[in-house]
Design a protein around this ligand. Structure first.
Ligand SMILES: Cc1cc2nc3c(=O)[nH]c(=O)nc-3n(C[C@H](O)[C@H](O)[C@H](O)COP(=O)(O)OP(=O)(O)OC[C@H]3O[C@@H](n4cnc5c(N)ncnc54)[C@H](O)[C@@H]3O)c2cc1C
Length: 281
């Protein structure tokens, strides 16, 4: 196995251009599992851990640009106040050891429908910054996931960063698993409320071939919320919202749960997330 270890970002992009089949490795918490289980035998590995820029974050045009190599632990510690939904999801990822190594860039790279960082990124309408020797492009996270564990990244590209607005209002994330830690989601739900623009964003995890938005639920609730008086949401409205979220899911029966259970659980998660977030608003 060839081991490529660039020291700079431009070297990394040049190596990827010359070796498009090379598998990038960041925290390695997905890649190493795949190799250990013999699910993947890369001929070439591109180690990104020495690229300083990938571990940096900062404001860009009113958004936060967060390097693909920022770990979950750092996200929680350094950005938890600005990105509470993503921080909530990050706290549910694996164990402290996994959160110390694992990155959102790796979660985007794997593009699993069960990736916990992905529903909050959908709910916040985030962007993925992809780079190659030919240049940089930004892809909306809404268009990034193209199928189960597939994404819009070309073979010569790397994920440089993701861009997300600092939370404009309350955010929530909730996940169902067989226990509270070290668990892959049976299903999950993320919500972001933007009172200034009267918008609600949603993200569904582990209940479809890709992470999904519940567009009809977003449209419904935006028209129902009492943005002026901030009256509590009625039980009937919560139920309708939950039902629309459940209908947006495309779950299957698998070892972790049935499709029917996932729809039921998503309706519950959606109702809870909405009432908690609206209560905070
Ligand atoms: C014990 C255990 C528990 C876990 N629990 C959870 C959990 O609760 N929730 C969850 O969502 N995940 C969980 N995971 C999976 C994993 O930790 C996450 O998906 C994590 O975000 C992967 O990040 P990483 O940096 O380790 O990625 P890596 O393993 O280094 O890479 C993952 C994929 O992304 C690609 N990649 C990485 N960085 C880049 C880049 N900059 N540009 C292009 N491609 C890139 C790699 O080539 C690979 O395909 C768990 C894993 C383990 C081993």
């Amino acid at each position: 196995m060839q081991f490529l270890q660039p020291a700079t970002w431009s070297e990394a992009l040049a190596m990827k251009a010359a070796n498009p089949e090379a598998t990038p490795i960041a925290g390695g918490t997905d890649v190493m599992v795949e190799i250990n289980l013999d699910h993947r035998r890369p001929t070439s590995i591109l180690d990104l851990t020495r690229i300083r820029e990938l571990g940096e974050w900062g404001p860009v045009d009113g958004m936060l640009r967060i390097g693909a190599g920022v770990t979950y632990t750092r996200l929680i510690d350094e950005l938890g106040d600005r990105l509470p939904g993503l921080a909530m999801a990050s706290r549910t990822v694996g164990s402290p050891q996994i959160r110390n190594r694992g990155t959102v860039g790796g979660n985007l790279g794997t593009a699993s429908p069960a990736g916990d960082a992905l529903p909050p990124l959908l709910a916040s309408d985030a962007w993925v910054e992809l780079a190659s020797k030919a240049g940089t492009r930004h892809v909306s996270v809404r268009e990034f996931f193209t199928g189960p564990k597939r994404n819009a990244m070309r073979k010569d590209e790397l994920i440089a960063a993701f861009l997300v607005q600092p939370a404009p209002g309350p955010q929530q994330f909730s996940k169902v698993g067989t226990r509270n830690a070290m668990v892959i989601a049976v299903c999950s739900f993320a919500l972001s409320i933007d009172p200034g623009h009267r918008r609600v964003g949603t993200g569904i995890g582990s209940a479809g071939p890709t992470p999904l938005r519940a567009v009809a639920a977003e449209n419904f609730i935006q028209g129902e919320l009492d943005w002026e008086g901030r009256r509590p949401v009625s039980g009937a409205t919560l139920n309708r919202f939950g039902k629309l979220v459940a209908e947006a899911a495309k779950p299957i029966d698998d070892v972790r749960g049935t499709a029917a259970y996932r729809r039921h659980a998503l309706a519950v998660l959606a109702r809870r997330c909405l009432s908690w977030a609206w209560g905070a608003a």
